[in-house]
Design a protein around this ligand. Structure first.
Ligand code: GAR
Length: 205
């Protein structure tokens, strides 16, 4: 049987990016399997989606841990238990410390709903509208020790319309997130991503 890359998906909420990755795997577009889906929130819809598909779904509830370090140790243990190679942050709304980042160095991806380095942090779509940006979009990047600051893998631009609300812009951006996140994971699986400083080169194989 062909080798597959084991993904660990961390999600705090709705889980539509998780779904786009599941769909890409089921369509035979990604030589990956999902080892575990983890949420920091017991009521996350992402956990329900995963459980409905008989994927291993685990809640690592931040509230159950005294410190960030203990919480992150529990995350790392769970990911290692399921032999995860690549960690996918899919709407995971927590900042991870250097301890976690080093545990999976250059093996953590995040998706953010803006064209980084514009509008990092929370409410990126609202930030873009308030700034008056005409173009926003989404970014897949490797995670480093900063917030939304790691080397950029793929980006897709999306227009901001004059009558956009944060919700309508978020929806337009989300459609593109569902395209570029599976693409970025595919490039990783095919060993086509080379990190050189801040630059991620996409190489032919
Ligand atoms: C997505 O828009 C993702 O880009 C964003 O949260 C949403 C999660 O949606 N992530 C961030 O803002 C991270 N800073 P989903 O749960 O339906 O995948």
């Amino acid at each position: 049987m062909a080798e597959t890359t084991v993904l660990g998906i961390l999600a705090s909420g709705r889980g539509s990016n998780l779904q786009s990755i599941i769909d890409a795997i089921l369509a035979g577009k990604l030589a990956a399997e999902i080892g575990v889906v983890i949420s920091d929130k017991p009521d996350a819809n992402a956990l329900k989606r995963a459980a409905d598909l008989n994927l291993t779904a685990v809640c690592v509830d931040r509230k159950q841990y005294k410190t960030q370090q203990e919480f992150e140790q529990a995350l790392v243990n769970e990911l290692k238990l399921h032999q995860v190679e690549l960690v996918i942050l899919a709407g995971f709304m927590r900042i991870l410390s250097p301890y976690f980042v080093h545990a999976f160095a250059n093996r953590i991806m995040n998706i953010h709903p803006s064209l980084l380095p514009a509008f990092p942090g929370k409410h990126a779509q609202e930030q873009a509208i308030q700034y008056g940006a005409k173009i926003s979009g989404c970014t897949v990047h490797f995670v480093d020790e900063g917030m939304d600051s790691g080397p950029i893998i793929l980006q897709q631009a999306v227009p901001v319309m004059p009558d956009d609300t944060p919700a309508t812009l978020a929806e337009r951006i989300l459609q593109q997130e569902h395209v570029i996140y599976p693409q970025a994971i595919k490039l990783y699986i095919e060993k086509r991503l080379q990190i050189e400083g801040r630059m991620v080169k996409v190489v032919d194989r």
